[in-house]
Design a protein around this ligand. Structure first.
Ligand SMILES: C[S@@+](CC[C@H](N)C(=O)[O-])C[C@H]1O[C@@H](n2cnc3c(N)ncnc32)[C@H](O)[C@@H]1O
Length: 635
């Protein structure tokens, strides 16, 4: 049966099935004990059955300059007649037929950005203007692009950027062949636009204050620096390792601040900087001018990504994107592999991954270095994350090997040279990386910030796939007591307690599902299919009811401490009143009240209890809102 998790799961096996060898292949493959031999076997097989491409050439016929110029001029006619949508269509046609490295392409992009500006499609306008800036656009006209970008940014509320674009426009004006008189008139107009933006910015700064930076409760943990000093790693029954409190932890306490080992965008539709060290959400990023498939927020990120290996990945991006499996995971695997392989060099890389695969892994100390430290920026820490390789079925393991064979083949066609004797080791490491990512990073997405402050509140979007090695130490519960908080735009992930966590108990995150909204069966299905484990959290063990059936009244059945009944009852009444009057944005200002109420219920009322769950929800919302800029209203 096809594994529904992965795209095109039958891509390799169906061809082997047609050649009537699939059964034998699985038998042979399962006899092989080492990951290196499994990889080499798969590689030989795909070669034998001619399933690997010979060349990276597309044979696309680009650029018939006369045709694209005619189309662009037709677009210009529509533009002059103020038929901007038709003009934009013509420019798009021109782009499709042009080589991205030609002036014709750059002119069509620039013209389309002008059409989009008139259509009030500011994001599209900005994107085209930025793309044109990085292309073969004539430098004497470049000032126009910066002016247009400035206008679009201003309309989008990105006034700080608009000020920079206007400044660049004035600098580029010197290169234009405008008359001195026209230049000075033009300059006055642009300076006025920049001044307007400065006023808006000053007003915005007056009305906002930045949140205080988050700090780990109790300081850094001695052995796991991304965790608080008030926790430790312990083996737990049914769940392997887990993070436990060594002191009472209160709601609001910061328990982890982690950075991703590797990260990348989750879709082509969200504009997030592709550089692993950045991940900034932005509008209209600068594309890599060669592949046009990855984007960066500035030239610095573009250069750093190149050093990390984009130059090898660039000619094969479109192949990687169409590889079966989960294409974003494949892209991330490629990025991870290249970053470390190029940094360490062939020999060091191979010796590390070889030693890892031969060593017997202690489940408790896995990922710690020789000095007893567990660090999120250490290759072996990330590489040794839970992979459940031995639990994978043969067809899935074979499938991952096929993907890795394809990926390594593309890389070698792209210029990566690996001596034959190292291919097994390198290939097996790619398989391992894909499996680690597949298990650990899917549900750890980061959210989007407010990119424009005209819209006032933040929008929450899933923008990236990320692998946080330390946060991956937290086990899952359908009733999590910690959750992501902190500056939403930051690649740094801050985890805060959302419930009281008494000394000696475990800290739990959620892998994407909580008990209130889903019954036990669907939760177990998700844990099983998505992460390959049976969930042993309290709501699953005790089969807690979903939201409609959660008790909503205090009674002798749920009051744990009868001597507190009156106090609890009166506090519950107050909370119900608070709930009625408070708006979403008030929650963050009343977090201390919410913390004290949840603590009172935690100690005195049996879970689940409706008001507890409501208070928990308010804390979660409060944490998200308080982590962003706080707005003062003039009214
Ligand atoms: C990201 S890791 C968490 C850390 C892991 N326990 C370790 O030893 O490093 C995820 C794995 O932890 C275990 N796990 C996490 N939450 C669990 C739960 N609620 N019930 C059972 N096992 C769980 C599963 O084996 C799962 O594949």
């Amino acid at each position: 049966m096809e594994s529904v998790e992965y795209d095109n799961f039958l891509h390799y096996s169906s061809r082997l099935l047609m050649a009537d060898v699939l059964g034998d292949v699985y038998v042979e493959f399962s006899k092989l004990k080492s990951p290196n031999s499994q990889f080499m076997f798969t590689r030989a097989l795909l070669r034998e059955h001619k399933m690997l491409i010979d060349t990276l050439d597309f044979n696309v016929e680009y650029d018939k300059p006369t045709v694209s110029t005619i189309i662009r001029h037709t677009g210009n006619e529509f533009f002059k007649a103020k038929q901007y949508a038709k003009a934009a269509d013509m420019y798009t046609k021109c782009l499709v037929g042009s080589d991205s490295n030609s002036e014709s392409y750059a002119l069509a992009l620039a013209n389309r950005s002008a059409a989009y500006l008139h259509m009030c499609q500011f994001e599209l306008c900005l994107r085209d203007a930025r793309w044109a800036m990085g292309s073969k656009y004539p430098s004497k006209m470049a000032y126009k692009l910066y002016e247009r970008a400035g206008h679009a940014e201003r309309f989008l509320g990105l006034v700080e950027r608009a000020i920079q674009s206007y400044a660049e426009c004035l600098t580029r004006l010197d290169e234009s062949d405008m008359s001195a008189e026209d230049k000075s008139k033009y300059r006055i107009v642009i300076e006025k636009s920049a001044k307007d933006c400065e006023q808006v910015l000053a007003e915005h700064k007056r009305k906002t204050k930045s949140p205080r930076p988050d700090e780990l409760v109790g300081g850094r943990n001695e052995h796991i620096p991304a965790l608080s000093a008030f926790v430790e790693l312990r083996m737990s029954e049914n769940m392997g390792r887990g993070v436990f409190a060594t002191r009472d932890i209160n709601p609001g306490d910061v328990v982890a601040i982690d950075e991703p080992y590797i990260c990348g965008p989750i879709s082509d539709n969200v504009e997030v900087c592709h550089y692993n060290g950045c991940l900034k959400l932005d509008m209209a990023l600068y594309p890599c001018q060669k592949c046009l498939l990855v984007y960066y927020c500035n030239k610095d990120c573009m250069n750093k990504a190149n050093e990390d290996g984009h130059y090898l990945e660039c000619p094969i991006m479109c192949f990687i994107k169409s590889t079966p499996g989960i294409s974003r995971i494949n892209e991330l695997a490629m990025k991870w592999f290249l970053k470390d392989y190029l940094k360490m060099g062939l020999k060091k890389y191979c010796s590390l991954v070889d030693n890892f695969s031969k060593s017997k892994i202690d489940p408790q100390t896995r990922g710690f270095d020789e000095t007893g430290q567990y660090k999120s920026d250490n290759f072996l820490t990330a590489y040794s994350l839970d992979s459940k390789e031995n639990k994978l079925s043969i067809d899935v393991l074979f499938f991952f090997n096929c993907i890795a064979v394809d990926m390594l083949h593309y890389l070698m066609l792209s210029g990566l040279q690996i001596p034959e004797c190292y291919i097994g080791t390198v290939g097996a490491s790619l398989v391992h990386i894909i499996i680690v990512l597949d298990l650990n990073c899917r549900k750890l997405n980061i959210d989007a910030p407010t990119i424009s402050f005209q819209g006032k509140r933040q929008l929450t979007l899933t923008i990236a796939l990320t692998l946080y090695p330390t946060i991956s130490l937290f086990n899952h519960s359908c009733d999590p007591n910690i959750e992501r908080s902190g500056e939403l735009s930051d690649r740094k992930r801050v985890m805060k307690a959302i419930q009281p966590i008494p000394k000696g108990t475990q800290l739990f995150a959620t892998y994407g599902i909580i008990f209130k909204g889903h019954d036990k069966k669907s939760r177990q299905d998700l844990c099983n299919k998505g992460f390959n484990f049976k969930c042993y959290c309290q709501p699953c063990i005790k089969n807690w009811p979903t939201c409609h059936y959660i008790p909503n009244r205090l009674s002798t059945l749920n009051i744990l401490n009868p001597s507190m009944a009156d106090i609890v009852s009166s506090e519950c009444k107050k909370f119900v009143e608070f709930k009625k009057s408070a708006k979403l944005e008030d929650y963050c200002q009343h977090l201390n009240y919410l913390y004290s109420f949840i603590k009172l219920l935690f100690n005195n009322v049996k879970r689940p209890f409706e008001l507890y769950e409501d208070c928990l929800e308010m804390i979660r919302i409060g944490h998200t809102i308080s982590s962003n800029e706080i707005y003062f209203s003039d009214t």
